[in-house]
Write a protein that binds this ligand. Structure first.
Ligand SMILES: *Cc1c(COP(=O)(O)O)cnc(C)c1O
Length: 244
């Protein structure tokens, strides 16, 4: 027999169960850290999963979703059936962004979490100006102990200068910082560093309150360090067939 995709109802039940488990883990991690679980927002990372999953998640109460490619975000967003729940979704771009895609990103995303260099800020500023859109921006901070070629993120000591460029752009709202723990590295140390960078930024820009950190494998450590937003894909949707 040819294997069929799980029916919509089965998939919805699976997503509901996974979501409940992830929320329970978030609540437990917050409680262990003496934090209010309401201060931790779940962003479900839907990259490589179909728009039907995003629609199901929205109906299950998810309000924030993340994608790492502009094209995929734009297409998926356009494919969603209209409903109050899908209309409320906030779309986060969490992957590396090329300057030539700045306009598409500004048009399609509500939050750009991967702002990591002056040239990109210039491109986003120009795109926001041209399109009349406003967008929330997070500074992506490199948490690698050594500078690593090909890894995204600005060095911690360059965050202030980059933040100043964002803050000086009328349609870019400086929301805070984002970070990814180094592969196989010390997540506790990495999130501790990000928390210090976040606190420093907040002392200059009180509105920049977001610390986006933590994925399926390390979100309790991120919550312990003070993450306000966790980006979780696999634990909600299952294993992606392609690694990225
Ligand atoms: C894919 C991705 C995630 C989610 O990873 P999971 O391990 O599936 O939870 C989070 N953040 C970024 C930047 C990603 O690219």
């Amino acid at each position: 027999m040819v294997e069929q995709a799980a029916s919509g109802v089965e998939r919805r039940d699976e997503l509901a169960g996974n979501l409940a488990a992830v929320h329970a883990d978030i609540d437990a991690a917050a409680a262990a850290a003496g934090r209010d679980p309401a201060d931790v927002t779940l962003i479900v990372v839907t990259k490589l999963w179909p728009a039907s999953d995003v629609a199901a998640l929205a109906e299950l109460g998810v309000s924030e979703v993340g994608e790492n490619r502009v094209q995929e975000l734009t297409t998926k967003r356009a494919l969603l059936p209209a409903s109050p729940a899908t209309a409320r979704l906030r779309w986060h771009l969490i992957g590396a962004l090329q300057t030539n895609k700045a306009k598409a990103a500004v048009l399609a995303a509500d939050v750009i979490e991967s702002v990591d260099r002056p040239k990109l800020v210039q491109a986003l500023r120009a795109a926001a100006d041209k399109t009349g859109r406003s967008v929330d921006c997070l500074i992506q901070v490199s948490l690698d102990p050594e500078p690593t070629p090909g890894r995204a993120g600005v060095a911690p000591d360059r965050v202030a200068a980059l933040a100043q460029l964002v803050a000086a752009s009328p349609q870019l709202r400086l929301g805070g910082v984002m970070g990814v723990a180094p592969n196989g590295g010390d997540a506790v140390a990495a999130f501790g560093l990000l928390a210090r960078v976040a606190a420093e930024l907040r002392s200059d820009y009180p509105q920049a309150r977001v610390m986006s950190a933590g994925m399926s494998s390390d979100f309790p450590a991120a919550i312990a360090a003070g993450a306000t937003h966790v980006r979780i894909g696999t634990a909600v949707l299952g294993r992606r067939r392609t690694l990225r």
